[in-house]
Design a protein around this ligand. Structure first.
Ligand code: URA
Length: 433
């Protein structure tokens, strides 16, 4: 019988648990032999004292083993997955997952609903009329076998211990711990049967990690965990000081993803997807990086990746006509322009402020119970470095009601306009393999 109080005290003193103890704690918790309050206390001790690499690996595998572990045996195509730590305007999954499948991989993805600025991948897909998402692991496997791609919401069958632990962390101020975040993310990748994973770890004002060094620490922890658990993992650190692409808001982001899959869209979005995709294909052993990049670019040029998105949307019950006629996507009642109050160069577009405004419009959730309005959001009319004249449009607000002066002022404040052009800023800050 595990003595949870001894593990809590040991961790509070900063000691390392003996092999098997972390797993025993998780297993006992899942059998309801250890109450929430003791696991909460242990989580708080972990927040302060951390976990060793070995403890983190043991925790990750215990979380993954708490439910089913999917397998896609018999396929000669690698099963790849990506994870983003989340950012403003981050629609990479909608673009990258179809690209990966068109380039010869299989994607079995469990995605979250968003909390904060805009929706998660599930909310974005559900902005397409008719789309419904499953949480059923068997349905995920069947769809992957049929279409080579499936996106499901968090299934209660996969890493259920992570679901329970995360719910406790959410209400005990214990989310912000690198070993806890890393084990939570990686346990779900292991449970969904991935052969290789790429992590898009965002750094900047609109990201969970504001500083690149903190993002690097999290990335290193997850890459080490991948090594410890036998799951090849690469992390790309990308900038989230400015929103990614031009749109923020669920249907607007779907539109931009479709444009990108047609070979248009913002160059930086396509470039990030190619970089992430080439990393994960290479990690999965599907050829050298240059060839993988070339293959991925071709999936945009020849329309194959767009065809995969069509297949995914159709399999989820969505109106596939939206792919060719994006005007069928939900549209807001009005569009209000916000204009530059002075001439100069756009030196910065604050992702966090844009995200907060998008959330106030209804594009994101302040609490888990909030409903999302798929139609509302922002469309940037300028990028960092552009020169603008006074009264040039900076951003369009897609809204259902006349926006308040306060909201428009908050949005204008997101744009810093300076006399001099800013130095170029790279989107990809680092890659950790
Ligand atoms: N996302 C997860 O899946 N887990 C965390 O702990 C944090 C973000």
């Amino acid at each position: 019988m595990i003595r949870a109080v001894e593990l809590i005290a040991a961790k509070r003193r900063g000691e390392t648990h003996r092999p098997g103890e972390v797993r025993a704690l998780i297993d006992a918790y899942m059998r309801d032999e250890v109450p929430d309050y003791q696991v909460s206390a242990w989580l708080m001790a972990v927040c302060w004292r951390g976990l060793s690499d070995e403890e983190t690996t043991e925790l990750t595998l215990a979380l993954a083993d708490s439910g089913r572990r999917l397998r896609f045996d018999g396929s000669d195509r690698p099963v790849v997955d990506k994870h983003s730590t989340g950012g403003v305007g981050d629609k990479t999954t909608l673009v990258l997952a179809p690209m990966l499948v068109a380039a010869g991989a299989v994607v079995a993805k469990m995605s979250g609903r968003g909390l904060g600025h805009t929706g998660g991948t599930i909310d974005k897909l559900e902005a397409i009329p008719g789309v419904t998402t499953t949480t059923d692991a068997d349905a995920l496997v069947a769809a992957v076998r049929r279409d080579g791609i499936a996106v499901a919401a968090q299934s209660p069958d996969l890493a259920p211990a992570d679901g329970r632990l995360y719910a406790l962390r959410d209400v005990t101020a214990t989310v912000e711990s690198i070993p806890l975040i890393a084990s939570s993310v990686m346990s779900k990748k292991i449970a969904t049967g991935a052969n290789a994973v790429v992590l898009d770890v965002k750094a900047g004002s609109g990201a969970f990690m504001k500083e690149a060094d903190a993002a690097r620490d999290l990335a290193r922890a997850m890459v080490a965990l991948g090594r410890g658990t036998g799951l090849p993992t690469v992390a790309v650190i990308s900038s989230m000081d400015a929103p990614l692409g031009r749109t923020i808001g669920n249907a607007l982001e779907v539109r931009e993803a479709i444009e990108t899959l047609r070979g248009g869209g913002p160059a930086e979005l396509a470039a990030l997807c190619v970089a992430l995709g080439a990393e994960v294909l290479t990690a999965a052993g599907a050829g050298p990086q240059d060839a993988a990049s070339e293959r991925l670019r071709r999936t945009l040029a020849d329309g194959c990746a767009l065809g995969v998105l069509r297949r995914l949307v159709g399999a989820m019950g969505g109106d596939v006509r939206c792919i060719d006629e994006p005007d069928r996507l939900p549209r807001a009642a009005r569009v209000v322009e916000v204009k530059a109050d002075r001439a100069g160069y756009v030196a910065a577009i604050d992702a966090l402020r844009c995200g907060e405004v998008a959330m106030r419009l209804g594009a994101g959730r302040a609490t888990k119970r909030d409903a999302i309005d798929p139609a509302v959001g922002l469309v940037l009319r300028v990028s960092r470095g552009d020169s603008v004249r006074q009264s040039d449009p900076l951003v369009d607000v897609h809204c259902q009601e006349e926006p308040s002066v306060d909201l428009l002022d908050a949005l204008r404040a997101a744009f810093s306009i300076h006399e001099r052009a800013p130095a170029p800023a790279p989107l990809i800050l680092d890659v950790i393999r």
